[in-house]
Write a protein that binds this ligand. Structure first.
Ligand SMILES: *Cc1c(COP(=O)(O)O)cnc(C)c1O
Length: 240
């Protein structure tokens, strides 16, 4: 393994620009407006200084996977107005209170019991927690997602909860070799969304695509790509 080096502010600014260029180019190929794809900068395992550098470059939305690490970072960065925190990790029942108190979004919700806890524990002075339902479309890394057939019931369960706002669907496919193969699960998620969307429940957010497959995700309709390595460099460690 390469020794890890923390990237400097200029590096992070330059890498953010490159990622925005990739997003713009992919949106153009897909004949989609460049502003239709949001970038979530995944800062898990990187320090608060890295987040501060991205913030100074104009970035506002950050993704974290480990609750304890995230809570410490969020506290260190409490002086930054309009910063947005997205929980993208595996949810554990004993961590839902902290997630509900400190995050704006949760991607990867797949358990109705977790949904109920997050809603009950959402502080009433905060807006409802925005959630994306994680779907197990095909070849997933984790068994975490809801099976496609069970998604309507999961959405209905979440919609009944006052502390949650259902914003869309998320998926985390296994890495694939080429763009065509990468597109298959992303297309499946979009088609599922298109079938389940209604005027009153647009499921507008399609949270899909990471550093290595964001182009494929954008070609299939991603509205939010979750990008870590391409923004912050390789992760110094991998927990859980
Ligand atoms: C870590 C992580 C990412 C970012 O992965 P990169 O390959 O570093 O871009 C995206 N989504 C989820 C759910 C993650 O856990």
């Amino acid at each position: 393994m390469q020794p890890h080096e923390t990237l400097g502010d200029d590096d992070i600014q330059g890498r953010l620009r490159e990622v925005h260029d990739r997003i713009r180019a992919a949106a153009e190929r897909a004949q989609r407006p460049p502003g239709s794809v949001a970038l979530l900068a995944v800062s898990k395992t990187h320090g608060a200084e890295a987040v501060r550098a991205a913030y100074a470059a104009g970035h506002r939305a950050f993704g974290e996977s480990y609750v304890q690490e995230a809570i410490e970072k969020i506290a260190l960065l409490g002086d930054l107005p309009d910063i947005q925190w997205h929980f993208i990790g595996r949810i554990q029942a004993n961590k839902t209170r902290q997630i509900a108190a400190h995050f704006d979004w949760v991607h990867g919700l797949s358990d109705p019991a977790h949904a109920r806890r997050l809603s009950e524990q959402r502080p009433t002075d905060l807006a409802p927690l925005k959630v994306c339902i994680q779907v197990n479309v095909s070849g997933e890394i984790t068994k975490g997602g809801v099976e496609p057939d069970a998604v309507p019931a999961m959405i209905a369960a979440c919609e009944a909860l006052p502390g949650l706002e259902v914003c869309g669907l998320m998926t985390l496919p296994a890495p694939a070799e080429d763009e065509d193969a990468q597109r298959t699960p992303f297309r499946a998620l979009r088609l599922l969304r298109d079938r389940l969307a209604t005027p009153s429940r647009p499921l507008a957010c399609l949270s899909m695509g990471m550093s290595d497959d964001l182009e494929a995700a954008i070609l299939e309709g991603a509205t939010l790509v979750r990008v870590g390595t391409a923004v912050f460099g390789p992760r110094p460690y991998n927990v859980g």
